[in-house]
Design a protein around this ligand. Structure first.
Ligand code: UGA
Length: 438
């Protein structure tokens, strides 16, 4: 099958590479000429485990290519995906759909024979209808269907998520469109292990927002319970396990931390709040989630300052700045709230992140960037773990202690056990558990 993927951001690039790996011929299109030149040379603009290799293999097999010219990719394609960005609109938090609508107009001008135009970008309920209207207005005679097929990929494990998804959601109004989507996902459809949810386009669009909002709510819930644990002497790790073993609740996404970040949850929860209000069905629950999470990120700096007994003129070593491990993505990362607040309180920040420092360097002025963990902690007045990269999970505490001015660890991801830290001679502060001292 011939596929055009409009947009080579995170979703478009991963999906394009994975569809080509399923055996389809995929042309990825982007207006950004520099990016396309880089991609043609095999230079992948984002850090995503396995993506370099997947792109290289499929380019070599002739099934994956890149262009800035939409008009050369769309006419031959049986399926055209719109995978452009839908950022929060400045000022009101609505999803900005201008890139989606621009793409729809350009696609309309290039349609030749029956094509399914599929929105993969996260878009508010009703967007696929609007895309259909745009195309119909621009080319009334075009033979096409519009479908919705949201993605549920997590950064850092996107390829695995694409190849072994929990489900595929397809919103389409005609059998013809549904059959094209079945053919696109044929390897998953055939193995019988992947549930397919065929539904209306509006429902499909809402499933995406509802999924992200629910997960964000789950995280926010456990974070509030963590606060309660800190006040009451309970242990959040045991609370998570104790409730997560109930099959109706489930154990995933119950890790307490500094608040959710990333390119999706903050933007999508806000967009859902606006969408729900617009439809006259306001979501007080998700409004609270947005609010509680924003406040939490801000409060984390105070937690660190308290643990240090004030940070004025002290060196704080920060391990991890990306919003989660295995990505270089800094969007809405808790570190963007925490580090400036520590600086404002007088701290000198020395930080290390395995992949995020180039991006972070542009967003966090005044930070001294270290080459590795040990350079970051050397003569610091304490260490703070903000992101749970694997390499921070097995630190050599004897060495660390010898390098630090004070054996103090603030672990905002609960990757260590308080008892072990006391044994290692560290004062240890974590989330939703009592602080301990040797
Ligand atoms: C999220 C969803 O998990 C994907 O299913 C979805 O496709 C994607 O958004 C999207 O809409 O494109 P992602 O943002 O890559 O994926 O990352 P997550 O693994 O969901 O983590 C989001 C944030 O929640 C991170 O800041 C993470 O640290 C935090 N988190 C996650 C917690 O604090 N606790 C948890 O238990 C889980």
């Amino acid at each position: 099958m011939r596929v055009a993927m409009i947009g080579t951001g995170y979703v478009g690039l991963v999906s394009g590479a994975c569809f080509s790996n399923f055996g389809h011929h995929v042309v990825c299109v982007d207006k950004d000429g520099d990016k396309i030149e880089r991609l043609k040379k095999g230079d992948i603009p984002i850090f995503e485990p396995g993506l370099n290799r997947l792109v290289a293999d499929n380019v070599a097999s002739g099934r994956l290519s890149f262009t800035t010219d939409l008009t050369s990719a769309v006419p031959d394609a049986e399926a055209v995906f719109i995978a452009v960005g839908t950022p929060s609109r400045r000022g009101d938090g609505f999803a900005d759909l201008s890139y989606v609508y621009d793409a729809a107009s350009e696609i309309a001008d290039s349609l030749k024979s029956y094509t399914v135009v599929i929105t993969k970008s996260t878009v508010p309920v009703g967007t696929s209808n609007k895309v259909e209207q745009i195309i119909r207005q621009r080319q009334p005679g075009a033979e096409f269907d519009v479908a919705s097929n949201p993605e549920f990929l997590r950064e850092g494990s996107a390829i695995e998520d694409f190849q072994r998804p929990d489900r595929i959601v397809v919103g389409a109004d005609t059998d013809r469109a549904r059959n094209v989507l079945r053919a696109l996902y044929r390897p998953l459809f055939l193995n019988d292990k992947t549930p397919f949810v065929f539904t209306s386009r509006e429902t499909s669009e809402l499933i995406k927002y509802a999924s992200n909002a629910f997960l964000a709510m789950k995280i926010t819930f456990i974070n509030e319970m963590a606060d309660l644990c800190e006040k009451s002497g309970a242990d959040i790790q045991d609370v998570s396990r104790g409730i997560g073993l109930d099959g109706r609740i489930g154990s995933k996404f119950l890790n307490a931390g500094p608040g959710y970040g990333g390119s999706c949850f903050p933007k999508d929860t806000l967009a859902l709040v606006r969408l729900a209000a617009e439809f006259g069905a306001p979501s007080r629950l998700i409004e609270s989630v947005v609010d509680v999470n924003d406040n939490r990120k801000k409060r984390m700096a105070e937690k660190i300052i308290d643990a240090f007994g004030g940070v004025k003129d002290k060196t704080v070593a920060i391990l991890g700045v990306t919003f989660k491990p295995n990505t270089d993505d800094m969007r809405d990362s808790p570190s963007l709230d925490i580090i400036p607040a520590l600086q404002a309180a007088g701290a000198i920040i020395r930080a290390f992140d395995p992949e995020g420092m180039v991006e972070a360097g542009k967003m966090l002025p005044g930070v001294v960037w270290a080459k590795n963990t040990f350079e970051a902690v050397s003569k610091a007045d304490g260490v703070v773990i903000l992101t749970e990269w694997n390499e921070f999970r097995a630190l050599d505490f004897t060495l660390l202690k010898s390098l630090l001015r004070r054996a103090l660890l603030v672990d905002l991801r609960n990757i260590y056990n308080p008892r072990d830290m006391v044994e290692a001679g560290f004062e240890y502060h974590s989330v939703g558990r009592s602080s301990v001292k040797p």
